[in-house]
Design a protein around this ligand. Sequence first.
Ligand SMILES: [Zn+2]
Length: 293
Amino acid sequence: MEYSKKDLIKDLQKMGLKAGDICVVRSSLRNIGKISGGKRSAVFLDALFETVGKKGTIVMLTFTDQYQLPLDPDDPKQIFTRDKPTNSGGLSAECLSRPDAIRSSHPINSYCAIGSDAHFILDGHDAKSSCFDPIGKVIEKKGKMLIIGILYSSPGFTTVHWAQWKLGLSTKSKYKNKLGAYYIDETGQKQEFLRKDIGGCSMGFSKFYDHYRKAGILVEGTVGDAPSMLVDAKKALDVELALIKKDPNFPFCDNPGCKTCRIGWEFSKTSPIIFYLRNPKKIYSLIFKRSLL
Ligand SMILES: [Zn+2]
C-alpha cells in the first residue's frame, strides 16, 4: 500500500489531530510505509502542517550530539550552531530545513517548531534553560503529543522527562556536569556548556501506556502502516507525575545491563557492585572510561 498526503491527513485526523493544535511529533518514517507524491519526509511533514493548519504549530526534537568531558576545543563538530545536524531522525531534519522553521539554541537539546506558537514555545530555550523547557510551554498551551511507528523502539512521550524535571530528579543524574558541548554566546564568544539536567534512558517509557489507557486519555491507531499514539500533554503529565512521585525508578527500563537505569541516578536501586558483577563486560568501560553511558 502506498499513502498519499491526503491519506496521511485522514489518518492524522482519525488520531485526533485537529486544525489549530500544537503538537510535539516523534516518528519513524520508515514504519509509515511507502509515501507517494515526493520525498517521504517532505510529504509527511506537509501532511502534518495541513492537518493543524496555519493556526496550529508542529514541534519536533532536534537534539544534537553531546560529548564527554574534557571537550575538545579544536573539534568544530562539538560546537552547536543553528545548522548543526540533528540526531533526532529524518522528519526532524526535514523540519529544520524549512525556511520558516525556528530552532531553539539549547546546545544539546534544541527543538524545532513551525507555526503560530513556535516563538512562544522556543524563544529563550538556550544554554541557561533546562533541556525540556519547550515541553512545559506546550503543556501550558494545551498541546498534544504524537508518536508514530516508534511505540517500542523509542517508546513514550517526552512529557515523562518534563515530569522528572518538575520533581527535581533530572539534576540527580550521576552524569550531571560530565557531558557537554560548545555554543556561541550572544557576544560571539565560544562557551563551554555542561549539562546539568539529564533525561536519561527512555526505553522503559512504554510502561506508562497501560496507565494512560486506564485514565482514558490515550488515542491509539495507525498513520500509514505505523502503530501510533496521541495524548493531551497535560493529561499525560498528570499520570506520569503520580507514578514517578510514588516511585522515581518507575520509568526505568528492564535491561539489567543498562548503566543509566541501574546505577546512573542518585536514587537508583541497584548497587554498583551488584551491577558490575552482573555485567562483567562493563568493567572494561569503567577502567578505560570508553563510554560514560
Ligand atoms: Zn535503561
